[in-house]
Design a protein around this ligand. Structure first.
Ligand SMILES: Cc1cc2nc3c(=O)[nH]c(=O)nc-3n(C[C@H](O)[C@H](O)[C@H](O)COP(=O)(O)OP(=O)(O)OC[C@H]3O[C@@H](n4cnc5c(N)ncnc54)[C@H](O)[C@@H]3O)c2cc1C
Length: 396
């Protein structure tokens, strides 16, 4: 007979999803091992990490993780026009993604989880009726095997353990540069989320300028991959964006990037036996706004009590996970995910720019900054008439 597993749950990936789950389970007294190939969670901070205020409050994100707050929207394009919507009060935050990961992992450790950095999970196999064996590889190539009752794949869009059906994933690729700029240049972009839209700026995608801490800006581009077309390299788009927006950095502090990949309909398996997945590994990121932190956190909040019940003997509790997560994300999330593909892939012609121009002019005349937040973060399209939506987005 094999030894009883040492760990109740092994969580692969200390991103927002994995660390949130580790913290929640450790608080319930579960023996949790959380691991990540990064040796320093401050590094490879690939995410722009813009969030609406409600998410910052809901998940208790502390001030020291918040790099900047914003209270206005700025939309530039499809020509050189810039439109500004000023809110009545704070609408959201831009986080320091590295600091967020460090804080979340430390919080999980403080609750009792063991954090092993510099370790990558390579595969999990069933081991008897009550556990799994997971193969781990360290930064120096050393190998070890860990037995646990459950394993959670929180490896983000890589889906390192649960696997993927590559053909069915829609892929957005993003690159972002962290720039040091002079105080005047920073002031010009502070307190706002600025997006740059239109095929002559970023075909089949969008650009952004977000404020970080004083003197630092994040400048990025993201676009959906279109296998049917040759697309310009992302770094070239960033350089063009910088020139046209007249941003002259004193220094490029960091260049990072990553993928957001989603099955859109989220029908992929969330569980294989005692192996579960959450966050980007089950397509919770939304491709319309290119954001996924709050959905990754929400997926951990849904899974934690179900996994707790399973650890206490009610394994059938896990059957409810996909449906509960779908309900938590809601129909607006689903609709916006489906709109993302058409919206971004279609943004590659003068005609699409003309439609975008009409949409922005309409929003300028009728929407407040708060209403824009509801549209772009809460996907409240019906405010503009659901029947008008296909026209706005170019379906007809
Ligand atoms: C360019 C860009 C900009 C973005 N901007 C925003 C934004 O402004 N707002 C927003 O909300 N979202 C944004 N996102 C999306 C957001 O960052 C993700 O949705 C979110 O980080 C997903 O969290 P996660 O924990 O599921 O996965 P991740 O954050 O991807 O975490 C996965 C972790 O798993 C680790 N890992 C990988 N392989 C293994 C392995 N084999 N074993 C163990 N661990 C492994 C990784 O090192 C990583 O730490 C952006 C994404 C990109 C690419």
């Amino acid at each position: 007979m094999s030894e009883p597993p040492v760990w109740d749950v092994l969580i692969a990936g200390a991103g927002p999803a994995g660390s949130e789950l580790a913290w929640r389970l450790a608080q319930q007294g579960q023996r949790v091992l959380l691991l990540d190939p990064l040796q320093d969670l401050q590094r490879q901070a690939f995410s722009s990490a813009a969030l609406p205020l409600a998410a910052v409050e809901q998940f208790g994100i502390p001030d020291h993780v918040v790099a900047a707050r914003w209270d206005r929207w700025q939309l530039i394009g499809p020509d050189e026009t810039s439109r500004l919507w000023q809110g009545q009060s704070c609408l959201g935050a831009v986080l320091d993604f590295g600091a967020l990961r460090c804080w979340m992992a430390r919080r999980a450790s403080a609750a009792g989880a063991q954090l092993d950095l510099g370790w990558r999970a390579e595969g999990s196999e069933p081991d008897g009726a009550d556990g799994l064996q997971t193969q781990l590889r360290g930064a120096g190539g050393e190998v070890r095997s860990v037995r646990s009752r459950f394993v959670v794949d929180a490896t983000g869009q890589r889906r390192a353990l649960i696997g993927e059906d590559q053909a069915s994933l829609v892929c957005g690729a993003g690159v972002e540069w962290l720039l040091r700029v002079d105080p005047l240049a920073w002031q010009r972009w502070s307190s706002r989320l600025s997006f740059v839209l239109g095929s002559r700026w970023v075909p089949q995608g969008y650009g952004w300028v977000f404020p970080m801490r004083p003197g630092e800006l994040k400048l990025g581009v993201c676009r959906l991959e279109d296998p049917g077309r040759r697309q310009p390299p992302l770094h070239r788009l960033i350089q063009t964006l910088m020139q046209r927006l007249e941003i002259q950095p004193q220094e490029v502090l960091d260049r990072h990037g990553g993928l957001i990949r989603s099955s859109i309909d989220r029908r992929e398996p969330h569980q294989r036996g005692r192996l579960l997945a959450l966050g980007d590994a089950v397509s919770t990121a939304n491709l319309l706004g290119g954001e996924g932190i709050r959905y990754a956190l929400a997926s951990a909040a849904v899974l934690a009590p179900l996994l707790n019940s399973a650890l206490e003997g009610d394994q059938s509790a896990l059957d409810r996970y996909p449906a509960q997560l779908r309900r938590q994300l809601g129909w607006r999330w689903s609709l916006s995910g489906r709109l993302a593909r058409r919206t971004w892939l279609g943004l590659r012609s003068r005609r699409a720019d003309a439609r975008l121009q009409r949409l922005l002019t309409g929003l300028e005349a009728s929407a407040s900054a708060e209403a824009l937040s509801q549209l772009l973060f809460d996907y409240r399209f019906e405010r503009y008439g659901l029947r008008a939506l296909p026209y706005l987005l170019g379906w007809r």
